[in-house]
Design a protein around this ligand. Structure first.
Ligand code: C2E
Ligand code: MG
Ligand code: MG
Ligand code: MG
Length: 287
């Protein structure tokens, strides 16, 4: 028979594979160069206390602009870095940059706001994980009290002794702990009792349809109630609309993060955001 298109699906398949393989090769070499030049930037997104109407923390999110690939999302390069082990040096660079940015935040007059750092499961599971972060904090003359650590539900899901003792030691050092992307791990909820965790961050896939889908509402409502019973506080991530905010507020959600307040932005812009926020608050009480 005669093929209609000029290309057989066979060669089309290989073209696509070729492009993917080329991108991966480029990603690898660009990532190694970026590590060498510490070519990563941190953006920050505020975490807002709904009841106090106050910014209570910032989450650091890594950004990478590669010379040859342009902007590459962390959703693409972090998983690749995890597969190749490159995540360890990247993670250390991120932590060092967070220490540097903390100095800028303090200089701008925000003496108490903690910075949340996302920690990859691969880094967390390293036997020298605690030593590696302690060394960076010491080198930068700062302490755990200034930081929160986010580990995903998947990272802690199997809740073995090593995981629990690491979490306990992080708490003893003075870090606040969050379980990130909560609700996506299909884990049994009973394991939560064993964790010395401060915050649950509900994954944004639940928040996205919270206004219209009853099953999402039910899950979020249950997570909030359970977390409060376990003396944890709840953060909703990915909040984009006032409607979502009102819903979460009614359900008793403690903290909100999302584009509704601010996208992740560079520290300079974040400081402007904080100053504007304070200015608006003063307006509210008639100063
Ligand atoms: P995450 O820690 O759960 O971060 C939340 C993600 O949601 C961020 O994407 C953030 O920009 C995005 N986001 C925040 N508010 C909204 C919103 O209102 N709507 C929508 N649609 N999205 C929102 P980002 O920065 O692309 O990061 C994606 C993931 O990559 C992170 O998920 C985290 O797992 C990982 N990641 C980012 N930065 C780091 C890092 O410094 N270290 C490590 N290990 N992982 C990181
Ligand atoms: Mg996070
Ligand atoms: Mg998350
Ligand atoms: Mg996420």
């Amino acid at each position: 028979y005669v093929k209609q298109s000029g290309k057989s699906s066979f060669s089309f398949y290989f073209d696509e594979l070729n492009t993917d393989a080329n991108r991966l090769i480029l990603l690898d070499s660009e990532l190694r160069k970026a590590i060498e030049h510490r070519d990563f930037v941190l953006y920050f997104q505020p975490k807002v206390d709904v009841k106090l109407n106050k910014v209570v923390g910032l989450e650091a999110l890594v950004r990478w602009n590669s010379e040859k690939l342009g902007f590459v999302s962390p959703a693409e390069f972090i998983p690749y870095a995890e597969e190749t082990g490159l995540i360890i040096p990247i993670s250390e660079i991120i932590l060092e940059k967070a220490c540097e940015e903390l100095v800028n935040l303090r200089k701008a007059g925000y003496s108490k706001l903690p910075i949340s750092i996302n920690i990859s499961s691969i880094h967390f599971q390293q036997s020298n994980f605690l030593e590696s972060i302690q060394r960076i904090l010491e080198k930068n003359n700062t302490s755990a009290q200034n930081f929160e650590i986010e580990v995903t539900e998947r990272t802690v899901m199997n809740s073995d002794q090593d995981t629990i003792s690491k979490l306990v030691r992080l708490k003893q050092l003075g870090f606040k702990l969050s379980i990130d992307d909560f609700g996506t791990g299909y884990s049994s909820l009973s394991y939560l009792v064993r964790f010395p965790v401060d915050y649950l961050k509900i994954d944004k896939s639940f928040i996205q349809h919270i206004v219209s889908l009853a099953d999402k509402q039910a899950v979020v409502d249950a997570i909030i109630k359970m977390a409060h019973r376990l003396n944890m506080q709840v953060v909703a991530e990915g909040v984009e609309s006032l409607q979502q905010l009102n819903y979460l507020n009614e359900m008793g959600c403690d903290f909100i993060q999302g584009y509704y307040y601010s996208k992740p932005v560079p520290m300079e812009e974040l400081v402007e955001f904080l100053q504007f926020w304070e200015y608006e608050q003063q307006g509210d009480i008639g100063l």
